[in-house]
Design a protein around this ligand. Sequence first.
Ligand code: IVH
Length: 660
Amino acid sequence: MDVKKKIEKLREEIRHHDHLYYGLDKPEISDQAYDKLFRELKELEAEHPGLVTDDSPTRRLGGEPLKAFKTVTHKTPLLSIDNVNSEAELLDFDRRVREGLGKDKIEYVAELKIDGLAVSLVYKKGKFIQGSTRGDGVHGEDITQNLRTVKAIPLSIKGSEGIEVRGEVYLPYDEFVKFNEARKDRDEPIFANPRNAAAGSLRQLDPKVTAGRPLDIFVYYGIVPKLKKHYETLERLKRLGFKVNPNIRVCEGIGEAWKYIQHWEKKREGLPYEIDGIVIKVNSLAEQDKLGFTARAPRWAVAFKYPPMQATTVVEDIKVQVGRTGAITPVAHLKPVHLAGVVVKRATLHNEDEIRRKGIKIGDHVRVQRAGEVIPEVVEVIKEKRTGHEKEFVMPKSCPVCGAKVFKPEGEAIARCVNFACPAQVMGRIIHFTTREAMDMEHVGPALVDQLVTKGHIKDAADLYSLTKEEIKQLERMGDRSAQNVIDSIKAGLDRPLDRLIYALGIRMVGKRTAQLLADNFHNIAELAEASAEKLSEVREIGPKVAEAIVDFFREKENKHFIEKLKKAGVKVKGLGTGGRGLGPLKGKTFVFTGGLEHYTRPAAEELVRQLGGSSSGSVSKKTSYVVAGTDPGSKYDKAKKLGVEVLTEAEFVRLIGKK
Ligand code: IVH
């Protein structure tokens, strides 16, 4: 056999086994046998680079990191579906369908509604050529490179007709849990739920990062020529090598569909992935056409949404946690219970008032709920199960970490530890300082800060800047390279924009948005520190309470000392000189970005505008000063043209801001 044929045959075989393994969950050969085939193909391709094609199984990971995603316009919009929450509403949907078609009984297809991210996959001449997110339904982001790394998506299919397939990319529960645990170990922020994790994974600019995340897909819709029923489409898709959910059923009439809904409401906890409801679709494609669409959704489909998942368990204890502002938060320690695929051991109780309002006592049986979040909440106490031995929770009078007094101001919900030097507060402040939104020290995470504080290397965030590589290398699990990464991350935190520094200081009531306003209106930290409450209140959107919190912060001797230390360490404490008094070169100008930029990510471009005194917005109006249009601009471009707003190319934008 000639080499070309041999290579093709190997690819066919590997695709077949990929489909059995990833698509049908029914492998026929051992992993070793599969690896052998794969190795053989790789070797042959290495010897004959001229024969490598883009759809080869060895080429899932072909692309280089992107600077930004391109925008794609969907050929047919990806509409959403109308939701219903009760049997009555479902029957109403059925009545509308029956009236629309003039029939008594409708054949429906019932499907699980997978809670992930909707994607569209376009195939031309049997090759996967484009994959995109739903976006606003009309324009999505081109994430082809990332979708190529999802093993259950075939890179090539039989047949040469062009087809478009839609489906839901998701992260299975157990992968989600493993993935979050690994992130915790590396001190990276964890994802709240599998859906966010899947979305975050697909929006990576570097496909190698996506490839490391075990994403999966179920396809549920295909634009395939010459078929009569939706269910036939699904069967065709399955034969072509796509993964179709095995629990899909054809239902005769709405009664059967309702039974399906009730069945899965009970069974959904046993599924290895998250679903948030059931989708009911009219099976006949001719009938779908006849019913058509409203402006936002098809008239032939409806989504029955399930309520959040609940379980009952026992509150074994209520303990408090101390945050960076000294805020004391009670947390319920629960008897471990399975809920939505994960074992739940803790629930947030927010504050003392919340405990009183819900009447929660230690020893109580409670109903807990997860609405897609990692940390569940207590919904209610099951009073019938009380024995009389339950104990009232008492807020501690002193801080459980440092023993200092706990103080709860009149009229406030939150009690606080008053000791500024409390180790829990110290740690919390330092961690806050290093986070992505603050000084963004990528390789400095909670576990590292914990060690540094406990071992006495640092007392505040300013001390980070004087750490040596040798000191860091002596910590647990720190090789030369990791230590260097830590040092580099800390250095990178020397000249962040002023708004980030203000946010990093952790002033009460000053979040990211307020920090930006302050940076827009003051030249530097010194000027901000001297500002009176009256002067601060002059800034738009800053009320008297926030102004007072800022004045209080800069009055504290410890904080003054901390800022001096930051200055000495070489942290940039100046803004770009906008000063909020018309000095910023872009003061008063509003920018809207559309399409892909070559030299900046969208957030970086927006930050640049802000640093120069301008502002950015997500939508175009008559007040917009400029629309910056990158490659494949979206509808904002058209709107700008219509309203006569000036449109800049990226090059013109770069010239305008003087950064050639
Ligand atoms: S049908 C025109 N089927 O739910 C057909 N959607 O649509 C529209 N979803 O974000 C979609 N599982 O991604 C359909 N089996 C399923 C689904 C499903 C999940 C998602 C879909 C979209 C949302 C509403």
